[in-house]
Design a binder for this molecule. Structure first.
Ligand SMILES: [Zn+2]
Ligand SMILES: [Zn+2]
Length: 366
């Protein structure tokens, strides 16, 4: 079948072109996409930093309807509306224990540009085209996705709000809810107010944190964070974060989405006794972190990373939908809609900080 997909090479990051898509295999479905969010990981992959082969079709926040199922499929049917999340095998120990972001095949099923057997569903002029990014490759009108990364959703919610639940919003919310699990009344600081950080702010508010400090270089972002539940917005260079935190008595929790070593080191230094720092940013380079072992020991600090906030999408996406329906997740404040044809403008707006979560709307296929 002929479809349209944004093909990424380092020189031409997102060029929409006609490509061929094959039939879904066992454990896969063909999804006609309604929308796909753009995540920073797409841009990191486009830069070549993640080692994905190129040319490739990226995109890993797809939402759409199943139009064909693989052989022997019992769980999903044609017509099901699904949110696509990250790839996981569904069989290994982490997958069986509801931590699929640590799947033993995670690198293969998310970043290798092919299926586990090395094949790919996409081709161009008869040549195989790398795909299966996060087991989906949703910068396209259609995607062959693994059923292990599909979550059924209702027809009542707009596609542009569902798309980012598959990665960015889930990562921020689950990092707070599942990894940090902050005590009510506690003090948390969130470093970086993109989609992940702002989702973390919403989760901290839902968790009943007493102080939620949102830190970002962009004052518009910290203002939005305050609308979403942050108690204070801090702009480095304008405000004195260290003085504020000292006055409050230190942080119980810190959450970093910037992946900058200097920010992470500062966050660690602001923790009070037995404080916990969680890092969710994906650095484009391998810069070392300097940690004072004396402070680490004497203060009983914890520092850890997380992939996708340790979430099991099948459990966590339905929880986010409940919060949205209860009016607790104003996702529309994060999302900007773009036509798929405007993907280059959407990426540029994201890089410039003008769009927090650009979501590409696929052309109507009917
Ligand atoms: Zn697995
Ligand atoms: Zn992502």
């Amino acid at each position: 079948m002929k479809i349209h997909a944004a093909v990424t090479t380092r020189d031409n990051p997102f060029t929409i072109a006609p490509v061929e898509i094959g039939e879904p295999q066992a454990g896969e479905c063909l999804v006609e996409l309604e929308a796909c969010g753009i995540c920073h990981t797409d841009l990191t992959a486009a830069s070549g930093a993640l080692g994905t082969p190129q040319p490739i079709v990226l995109g890993h926040e797809g939402v759409g309807h199943i139009v064909a199922t693989g052989p022997g499929e019992h769980e999903f049917a044609v017509g099901d509306r699904v949110v696509l999340s990250f790839g996981a095998c569904g069989q290994c120990s982490p997958c069986q224990h509801h931590t699929p972001s640590y799947c033993e095949q995670a690198a293969l099923l998310n970043l290798a540009g092919c299926r586990a057997d090395g094949s790919t569903a996409l081709s161009r002029s008869g040549e195989p085209l790398a795909a299966h990014f996060f087991s989906q490759s949703s910068f396209a009108t259609h995607a062959v996705a693994r059923t292990t990364n599909m979550v059924k959703v209702g027809s009542d919610l707009p596609a542009e709000l569902l798309a980012p639940l598959g990665c960015g919003v889930m990562t921020g919310m689950s990092s707070v809810m599942n990894v940090l699990a902050p005590a009510p009344g506690s003090r948390i600081a969130i470093f970086g107010c993109g989609t992940v950080g702002l989702a973390a702010v919403m989760a901290a508010r839902l968790s009943g944190c007493g102080e939620i400090i949102a830190v970002d270089l962009n004052p518009q972002r910290t203002e939005l964070a305050c609308e979403l539940g942050a108690t204070r917005g801090v702009v480095p260079g304008r405000d004195d974060l260290a003085a504020l935190v000292t006055e409050l008595g230190g942080l119980h929790y810190a959450f970093d989405c910037t992946s900058h070593p200097a920010v992470i080191e500062q966050a660690l230094g602001l923790l009070s006794q037995r404080g916990v720092l969680v890092c969710a940013g994906l650095p484009g380079t391998h810069a070392p972190l300097q940690v004072d072992p004396l402070a680490l020991v004497f203060k009983g600090l914890t520092i850890r990373g997380t992939v996708e906030g340790d979430a099991d999408p099948r459990q966590f996406i339905p929880r986010m939908l409940d919060w949205y329906r209860q009016g607790e997740l104003p996702l529309e404040k994060l999302v900007s809609r773009y036509d798929f044809a405007d993907i280059e403008n959407a990426v540029a707006a994201m890089k410039a900080g003008d769009a927090i979560k650009p979501v590409l709307m696929m052309p109507d296929q009917n």
